[in-house]
Design a protein around this ligand. Structure first.
Ligand code: COA
Length: 256
């Protein structure tokens, strides 16, 4: 499938989606959001793809936010619909995928860009990256899950400060805050993400899907219950039989 705003590459079991609007710092316009939905949906259904890496084209921006030119004249109900639809088809959609998604933050991740990175399962940044939620400087608030995911990742007090000041964090500050897991040079960014993806792809995909579901439920009241259910389901899978047999037979598992 061809996309106007995305580049897709699949290498063995690792897929890479590159948002390709470099001239606009990869800002998320409506078409890009729809294309991202399609691309994630297709890759998630592709049984050969075990991990997805999401990045932006160029070395300046991951994503500089939602495309401001598209919503500057919206009214109340259009604003609400923008957030609702975006959360449904892209941000919550990514968070709840069975396939793990790593955000490779290669530059500015602002507003909707940071919200997109936060919807991914974890984040790696290059040392030139800058991250923030500057929406209040535009008279609006984060609408793609930022007010929920940022406090979950860095704590309520730090999230309050970051959102109220509209300040940007450097990559190393973001690492200190727990927002990104690793900071490397821009040349090392994709190789490190690929290395992590290859490591993940050796493990059981069915177990990883259950882990994602359980970890996502950690912010719900019934998180422990979801974990019990997903744990139980694993016992009915071929991967569980293969993983435990391989251990007992002192060999490497071969997950289909
Ligand atoms: N929406 C729409 N267009 C955007 C954009 C966004 N969020 N962010 C950048 N662009 C566009 C600019 O309008 C410019 O387009 P043009 O060349 O046609 O004029 C192009 O991308 C390059 O951006 P520019 O601002 O010239 O680059 P810069 O190096 O001077 O500044 C930033 C970089 C990231 C600091 C600046 O682009 C910025 O503040 N962007 C908006 C960030 C934001 O508020 N995001 C939250 C949105 S809710």
């Amino acid at each position: 499938m061809n996309y106007d705003n995305l580049l897709i590459e699949i290498n063995n079991s690792v897929a890479k989606i590159t948002i390709n609007r470099e001239r606009k710092l990869n800002a998320l316009n409506k078409d890009t959001i729809h294309e991202l939905h399609k691309a994630f949906d297709n890759l998630n259904l592709n049984k050969t793809v075990k991990v997805i890496i999401l990045t932006g084209s160029g070395t300046k921006a991951f994503v500089a936010g939602a495309d401001i030119s598209e919503f500057a004249d919206f009214d109340v109900s259009q604003g609400e619909e923008l957030a609702q639809k975006g959360q449904e088809i892209l941000f919550n959609f990514i968070e709840n995928l069975r396939t793990p998604v790593i955000a490779a933050i290669n530059g500015f991740a602002l507003g909707g860009g940071l919200e997109l990175a936060m919807a991914c399962h974890f984040r790696v940044a290059s040392d030139n990256a800058k991250m923030g939620l500057p929406e209040v400087s535009l008279g609006v608030i984060p609408g793609y899950g930022g007010t929920q995911r940022l406090p979950q990742l860095i704590g309520k007090g730090k999230a309050m400060e970051l959102i109220m000041t509209a300040n940007m964090l450097t990559a190393n500050e973001a690492k200190d805050y727990g927002l990104v897991n690793h900071v490397v040079s821009i040349d090392e960014l994709l190789p490190l993400c690929e290395k992590l993806a290859n490591r993940i792809s050796k493990n059981s995909s069915t177990a990883i899907a259950s882990a994602i579901k359980s970890i996502n439920a950690s912010s719900n009241e019934n998180g422990y219950h979801v974990e019990v259910e997903e744990f139980g389901k694993c016992f009915g899978t071929d991967d569980f039989k293969e993983g435990t047999s391989a251990f007992l037979e002192k060999r490497k598992p071969n997950f289909e």
